[in-house]
Design a protein around this ligand. Structure first.
Ligand SMILES: [Ca+2]
Ligand SMILES: [Ca+2]
Length: 283
């Protein structure tokens, strides 16, 4: 009887391992890491300087965490402006995009924007450097500011740098603007385990287990919002964290291990938790 139980447990662990490994493989293949692009050294003169960063995922064409600011002691309309929103009026791509200081709605009067144009160089998930040294001749990285002067922004005040144009009597420095991209590792499901190590994508905390509403004796589940340590039922003395479980909740462990409904109903048993943690540690 003991042997049968042991075999059963080993088989379940093997199945769980296969499922988890597959899940991790799918996860890795499906999601390349996005890139944080840092923007610096851009100046039209000694008085106007822009810098900052944003995250871009070339797989999805999504810009996020946009934090670009410009200061101008010369006192232009672009003084101390922060750009944190992708412009809805410019079709964003890996070679051409714009950020605005605020969403102004149909009437865009006063909207300030900063637009980037890379002359064909792509923002990729490999990162790298985009500046004006990549190609000979005209600018590779062009950056321009604009302030809408009417509702439809058909009239605007502009100021460029990164090109050989001039604006407001200032000679534009064409060699200083640079974008440097570094791939970042993210924790998409927010369980404290980075995607590269997370065996279970899509973890939800608090999770559905225990469906009975109360953890059973010596059973475990992630029951408190934003808390990565499993709550324990009565007499539960073990401590498990999402780091221990490879980013898997009780319900995900139960699903991967084809465990019975009891684990969903009352939380995962200490035996299954230990077995899973050992499996994760062996990876
Ligand atoms: Ca995670
Ligand atoms: Ca997870």
């Amino acid at each position: 009887m003991k042997n049968l139980s042991a075999i059963k447990k080993t088989t379940r662990a093997l199945i769980a391992g296969t499922v988890a490994a597959s899940a991790a493989l799918i996860s890795t293949n499906a999601m390349a890491d996005p890139v944080m692009w840092e923007f610096e050294g851009a100046k039209i003169s000694d008085t106007l300087v822009a810098s900052g960063s944003f995250i871009y995922d070339a797989d999805t064409n999504i810009f996020s965490d946009i934090d670009i600011s410009a200061s101008d002691t010369f006192g232009s309309d672009f003084t101390n402006t922060t750009y944190s929103i992708l412009s809805p009026s410019v079709p964003a791509s890996a070679t051409d995009w714009a950020f605005v200081d605020a969403l102004t709605g149909p009437n865009r009067t006063g909207e300030k924007s900063i637009r980037f144009f890379t002359n064909g160089a792509q923002l990729t998930n490999a990162g790298g450097v985009i500046d004006n040294s990549l190609v000979p001749g005209p600018s590779m990285l062009s950056v321009s500011f604009a302030k809408c002067l009417n509702s439809g922004c058909t009239s605007y005040q502009s100021s460029n740098f990164g090109t050989s144009q001039s604006s407001g009597g200032q000679v534009i420095n064409q060699d200083t603007a640079v974008l440097t991209g570094t791939p970042i590792v993210i924790d998409e499901d927010g369980d404290g385990v980075l995607d590269t190590a997370d065996l279970c994508p899509g973890t939800v905390i608090p999770e559905a287990a225990p469906t009975s509403g109360e953890l059973g004796a010596n059973r475990y589940a992630l029951t408190v919002e934003d808390v990565m340590t499993f709550a324990a039922g009565k007499k539960g003395k073990d401590t498990f964290t999402t780091a221990d479980t490879g980013g898997c909740s009780c319900e995900q462990i139960a699903e991967a291990g084809f465990l019975g409904n009891g684990h969903m109903k009352h939380g995962c048993s200490v035996g299954e938790m230990r077995s899973w943690v050992n499996f994760v540690a062996a990876q």
